[in-house]
Design a protein around this ligand. Structure first.
Ligand code: F6R
Length: 596
């Protein structure tokens, strides 16, 4: 979703802004812009479409002079993608970029901004004019910032520049991610540390309802009442190399193939000196003390939560349930007496997840974060945080972070039970090897995608138990990247309705990895075949049939979701490639969904 970057220092600001924005591209956007200060005026450039348009328009940044600036990638919410609606927005004296949604935009407009001829349809432009208004009424900039914070409702990360203080950037935050990057002779701000990582790995966090005044040598952070807060910077250990595609044509392909190394990294990070895999004792004890585990997440992370629920119930013997974050907030179930909450979020910034998180935090319950992003809001605010160690995931469709979530959930469940009956280290290593083997069969998936998915408008994934959860995740992948309408169904549920959709040639992909459901799912395959479906079955070797198109080497039955998703990743990738889709940046989607 929208991205922010800001720079104040001695070097050419536009080069750093464009470089920072390029690192935010993966989040999804439909227009981009930068503003710098040069020779007493703002130099504003905005374009719709890809960042390369902005790079061209600024002649690679050369046309935007100066050593201070702010930049933005916009993912349209209020107002269509257009040059006018792109950020930065200018008033008379201020320039502003905004991520988030101003919920009381209409009230603000009515109360304070009558008669203003807005250039855009955005809620963000109202903020710059509100600032102008308070300053024109005699407030200094800091007072006006405090004043707008008191007035604005909703989520906002703001980067602000002032023509009359052209050596200063202002950063303001509530509910949308924003960090300050600390450099030597320069400072930065950004909605994502990736935007600043090439320049610095030291960051200050700004909490909700705080703002910062940033010059090239100084960073001052304040509460919304104007009280200065002393903070220590934290260091991030993300490797900028991770953010490169290397020889791969797409990040998605690179990330699919990184899955074995991600599992091995998790094994390394969670290995104890005695050779077992365990999570921190304190976290384990907190889970043991709880009478029920509530796992909350969105999208792909929710599918990992569904598998996690089974791990906690079957491996650890603990009551557990999984919830979609936005639904949990809207319709919170009656909670058990001693609940504990696990929030799974690759980015650690997803607004729906955070809204549920804030609710349970206010209720005083303990929370554990599973995230891939050290320093993210969830990582910082949860009582405990466990890292996924998947490395930067740039493609919008999550692949390796999902596998990491499953691997870590299995370690958590086994740790809670002090389980040595499963040699989890050996089993996870085996799963990594099996995935490595699957990655060598790319030609086969390419042909299968062509045979089963090319020129198809609909597709169904089916499975039972853990395979049903894999079907949900596989179908999400296929629909989001290839735009083929795909649904995941419990195989046993087909005959209760969805089977009406099966026609001659409808692709049905069946996942069969559990011995206890093998025969049941196979009879469901017969049901759809007899109605004309073109069935592609994926199974584990031990229970395979000669008719299965993809047979995966055996892994422990609990770990089958880690391996059975990989053929689905490849089928999705090749289906999208054959259809000419924008694989890493699918339409309408954003990597980090920071609005509710
Ligand atoms: C799909 C996908 C999304 C995310 C979801 C939650 O491929 O990536 O469904 O899983 O938006 O994101 P996080 O895990 O960052 O909270």
């Amino acid at each position: 979703m929208c991205g922010i970057v800001g720079y104040v220092g001695e070097e050419n600001a536009s080069a750093h802004l464009l470089a920072g924005l390029s690192k935010l591209e993966y989040r999804g956007y439909d227009s981009a812009g930068i503003v710098t200060y040069f020779e007493n005026s703002f130099q504003l450039f905005k374009t719709i479409g890809k960042l390369e348009n902005l790079i061209k328009e600024t002649d690679d940044g050369k046309l935007a002079g100066g050593s201070i600036g702010i930049g933005h990638t916009r993912w349209a919410t209020h107002g269509k993608p257009s040059r006018e609606n792109a950020h930065p927005h200018l008033g008379h004296r201020f320039a502003l970029v905004h991520n988030g949604i101003i919920e009381n935009e209409a009230e603000i407009k009515k109360k304070y901004l009558k008669g203003i001829d807005f250039k855009s349809k955005t809620d963000s432009e109202k903020v710059v004019w509100l600032l102008e208004k308070f300053v024109s009424e005699g407030e200094d900039v800091v007072s006006a910032i405090k004043h707008i914070m008191a007035e604005l409702e909703g989520s906002y990360a703001l980067g602000i520049m002032d023509l009359l203080n052209p050596d200063t950037l202002y950063a303001v935050k509530n509910k949308s991610p924003l960090l300050i990057g600390k450099g030597e002779g320069f400072n930065m701000l950004g909605s994502d540390m990736g935007a600043m990582l090439e320049k610095t790995n030291k960051f200050f966090e700004i909490a909700d309802k705080e703002f910062a005044v940033i010059t090239k040598d100084k960073i001052k952070i304040f509460t919304s009442y104007g009280k200065e807060i002393k903070k220590e910077p934290f260091e991030a250990h993300l490797d900028p190399e991770d953010i490169q595609k290397g020889a791969y044509p797409h990040y998605m392909l690179k990330e699919i193939e990184e899955q074995p190394s991600v599992i091995r990294r998790i094994i390394k990070e969670y290995s104890m000196p005695d050779g077992t895999l365990k999570i921190n004792e304190k976290i384990c004890n907190d889970i043991k003390k709880a009478d029920k585990i509530y796992i909350i997440a969105c999208g792909t992370s929710y599918h990992a939560a569904l598998v996690g629920r089974v791990y906690f119930e079957k491996i650890a013997g603990k009551a557990a349930d999984a919830f979609i974050a936005s639904e949990f907030k809207t319709n919170m179930p009656r909670l058990s007496k001693k609940p504990i909450f696990i929030f799974i979020s690759q980015s650690g910034e997803t607004a729906d997840m955070r809204a549920a998180f804030v609710n349970i935090k206010e209720m005083g319950y303990k929370s554990i974060a599973l995230t891939n992003t050290p320093g993210s809001t969830l990582y910082r605010e949860a009582d405990h945080a466990l890292l996924l160690y998947a490395g930067a995931e740039i493609a919008v469709a999550s692949t390796k972070a999902y596998t990491a979530q499953l691997a870590l959930l299995s370690i958590m469940a086994a740790s809670v039970k002090n389980l040595i009956a499963i040699n989890l280290k050996r089993e996870l290593s085996l799963a990594a090897n099996v995935i490595e083997g699957l990655c060598l069969e790319k030609e086969k998936y390419k042909l299968l995608a062509q045979e089963y998915l090319l020129e198809k408008d609909h597709c169904f994934y089916i499975g039972r138990g853990l395979d049903y959860y894999s079907s949900l995740e596989a179908s999400l992948k296929l629909k989001e990247i290839s735009y083929i309408h795909t649904e995941g169904f419990p195989a046993g549920e087909l005959k209760h309705g969805p089977i009406a959709l099966i026609e001659k040639g409808t692709p049905v992909i069946a996942i069969i990895t559990q011995e206890n459901i093998n025969l049941n799912t196979r009879s469901n395959i017969k049901e759809v075949k007899s109605r004309g479906a073109k069935v592609l079955s994926v199974s584990l070797k031990g229970i395979s049939s000669h008719k299965d198109s993809i047979v995966i080497d055996d892994v422990h039955e609990f770990l089958s979701p880690l391996v059975s998703i990989v053929p689905a990743h490849f089928l999705t990738y090749y289906a999208a490639l054959q259809k000419g889709c924008d694989i890493d940046k699918p339409r309408n989607l954003a990597k980090s969904v920071t609005v509710e």
